[in-house]
Design a protein around this ligand. Structure first.
Ligand code: ZN
Length: 308
């Protein structure tokens, strides 16, 4: 994709007759930010396959992250990798930083937060952040809870802990309720908590109002429909896992439905994402989650009359 020209790319439906420059400027101003995010865990950590996956190696996941870096490069896209700090260290993280991507925390060991007490939450937040910062030398600003598993009854405790542990934004709330995660009481719109921490919940878009922006939902929905939903509704982010981009996982003994959810569409997912970014590139800058969070914080301050 070529962002600098030809001009017709960014003008879209606007008619000529001298309005082209103004139209181009306003089209540029109207460019939206879309964060691309990857929950970067070893495939065997995924909660639906935990216990049945026997392959222990990380090689496939590491190779896939390199493929994803190349894909993002082709679209001049910057992304956020929410990393499980016990799974990935060293060179891979340095490569991501050198390529301009953001490293954020996806905990140390990828536990479901539903099952943990306050001390364990704090440990997962603190130790992952320390490990990732040590590996890259770059401050970690963002957090995402494994499998959107924050219990709604404890969501304020969760956000307060993130603030205490120095995080600037979080992306863990999910209104879409399944057997594994989500609670209908969560909002879907981003907000700023205690004037400091930006929460960017999982978006629900399209018909039905499902989280088509990532994971299984993204894999199962035709690309042309996804593009229409995303263009119209402008969600804050998309989310994926590196393991969703390679086929033939080893997990045996999954139920039919769990097998469908974890395996369907993986083989073609990379091409699907590639085409989607090509199709959306005239409207969007693909950015890190921190960039979206920073913009939301500024907008919130302007709306409440505070100095950004
Ligand atoms: Zn995860």
């Amino acid at each position: 994709m070529n962002r600098s020209g030809p001009p017709g790319d960014s003008i879209g439906r606007v008619r000529p007759h001298g309005a082209r420059v103004a139209a181009a400027v306003s089209a540029t101003e109207e460019r939206r930010k879309l964060a691309i995010t990857f929950d970067t865990e070893w495939w065997g950590r995924a909660h639906l396959v935990a216990g049945v996956e026997r392959h222990r190696g990380l090689a496939r996941d590491v190779a896939k992250v390199h493929d994803l870096i190349a894909l993002l490069d082709r679209h001049e896209a910057k992304a956020t990798f929410f990393v499980v700090s016990e799974d990935f260290q060293g060179e891979l993280l340095e490569t991501l930083i050198e390529a301009g991507h953001e490293i954020a925390s996806h905990t140390c060991s990828h536990p479901l937060f539903t099952d943990l007490d306050r001390a364990a939450w704090r440990r997962e937040m603190r130790e992952s952040r320390e490990a990732l910062e040590q590996a890259t030398g770059v401050p970690v600003a963002g957090f995402r809870c494994p499998s959107w598993s924050v219990p709604h009854a404890r969501h304020e405790e969760f956000l307060d802990l993130l603030l205490e542990e120095g995080y600037e934004y979080d992306s863990s709330f999910c209104q879409f309720a399944t057997k594994l995660y989500g609670d209908k009481a969560f909002p879907t719109e981003p907000f700023v908590y205690r004037s400091q921490l930006v929460e960017i919940p999982l978006p629900r878009i399209g018909f039905p109002r499902w989280p088509w922006v990532g994971g299984f939902y993204f894999r199962v929905m035709p690309g042309v429909v996804l593009k229409r939903y995303i263009s119209r509704e402008r969600p804050a982010f998309l989310y994926f896992h590196p393991w969703e981009f390679y086929g033939q996982p080893d997990a045996r003994g999954l139920s039919l439905i769990d097998s469908f959810i974890t395996r369907y569409g993986r083989k073609n997912n990379e091409r699907k994402l590639d085409r989607l970014l090509a199709g959306l590139g005239s409207q969007y800058d693909f950015v890190t989650m921190k960039s979206v969070a920073d913009q939301l914080r500024i907008t919130a301050k302007q709306e409440t009359g505070q100095q950004p």
